[in-house]
Design a protein around this ligand. Structure first.
Ligand code: PEP
Ligand code: MN
Length: 337
């Protein structure tokens, strides 16, 4: 249970509220940011919620964490645009397509891919240098060498570079080469990482944990925002279900829900969301139709030879054709591409 105080309340009001909680044999945790919030801890039989609601400085007493988030975000009502690098805006009428290989492998192939992304109308280049792999025996990424390649390809193409960081110490290494720092599905719950990214002056692409609820995704974004960075792009990338036909189950209903509940733009990753290249196009279409602000797509010159995630990766021609096809759909959905 969280008590939200009125915006006019003072330190003295907070201290008085903590005193009242102590009198009721409970404790209080004062949350970050404004308006003040106090979580009720350890309430015993002497606790009386109605007495708290009668205190003049108290605005409301909430049970659900998501309700607190809503109470804390007076700017809601419309998507907040996030700009990244030279040419990317996410959350505007124009859909933002970010594409590239799962892993950065080699500069020639990265540049060839980036040129195809530009040609097709994409605004961002994705590519992992720190790779979160399930098996320690799998390729773990080129790390700093990969980041430098991304930086050089950015110089040549003007694409916004999106790359993942898995640990706080990787932020400073990726920063000079990245326009958007990605939090992968495995790290959505890594709160020290989220807080550290909240201190950066770069947009954060926050992927949904594969077993995270929508509420958990929005609260993870709140860690970043509370630490000072509201340039957050959410990403639906599928969740684990009993279904084994697809790698993950793309939960597209979260897209309109995010639009209702959050100011952050949301993009969809149909590559990890399905695990199969032939399902990428239909899921792109569905994502646009339900209101996504953009797409994150794995693309490689020869997917069969990609060092990771080849089965879900489009080749450059397939990507070009996909983008052409999506353009008409975007217009029908009152968007541009
Ligand atoms: C990726 O984007 O390459 C990736 C590892 O994605 P996810 O964190 O969604 O699995
Ligand atoms: Mn991948």
């Amino acid at each position: 249970m969280v008590i939200v105080l009125k915006p006019s309340s003072t330190n003295a009001d907070v201290a008085a509220l903590l005193g009242r909680l102590r009198d009721m044999d409970a404790a209080g945790y004062v949350g970050p940011g404004q308006p003040w919030t106090v979580e009720v801890l350890g309430a015993g039989p002497g606790f009386d919620r109605r007495k708290l609601e009668e205190i003049p400085a108290v605005d409301r007493v909430l049970d659900a964490p998501l309700a607190v988030l809503q109470a804390n975000d007076p700017s809601r009502g419309g998507t907040r645009e996030v700009t990244a690098g030279l040419r990317a805006t996410i959350g505007a009428r124009r859909l933002a397509v970010i594409a590239g290989p799962c892993s950065v492998e080699d500069e020639g192939r990265l540049l060839e891919t980036a040129a195809a992304v530009v040609e097709a109308g994409g605004v961002g280049l994705r590519g992992g240098a720190f790779k979160p792999r399930t098996s320690p025996y799998s390729f773990q990424g080129l790390e700093d060498r990969g980041l430098e390649m991304l930086g050089r390809v950015r110089e040549k193409t003007g694409l916004a570079v999106v790359t993942e960081v898995m640990a706080c110490e990787q932020i400073a290494r990726a920063r000079p080469f990245a326009d958007v720092l990605q939090v992968g599905s495995r790290n959505m719950h890594n709160t020290p990482l989220l807080r550290a990214l909240g201190e950066q002056d770069k947009p954060i692409l926050l992927k949904r944990g594969w077993s995270a609820t929508l509420e958990e995704l929005l609260l993870a974004a709140e860690y970043i925002r509370q630490a000072g960075n509201d340039r957050i792009i959410l990403c639906e990338r599928g969740i684990r279900t009993f279904e084994e036909y697809v790698r993950n189950t793309l939960a597209l209903a979260v897209v309109p829900e995010v639009k209702r509940l959050s100011p952050h733009p949301i993009i969809v990753d149909p590559s990890h969301g399905t695990g199969h290249a032939h399902l990428v196009e239909p899921m792109c279409r569905a994502a646009i139709a339900c209101g996504a602000d953009g797409l994150l797509i794995e693309v490689h010159p020869t997917p069969a030879r990609a060092w990771s995630d080849g089965a879900q990766t489009l080749d450059l021609d397939e990507f070009g054709r996909l983008m052409k096809g999506l353009r008409k759909l975007a217009i029908a959905c009152d968007r541009e591409l």
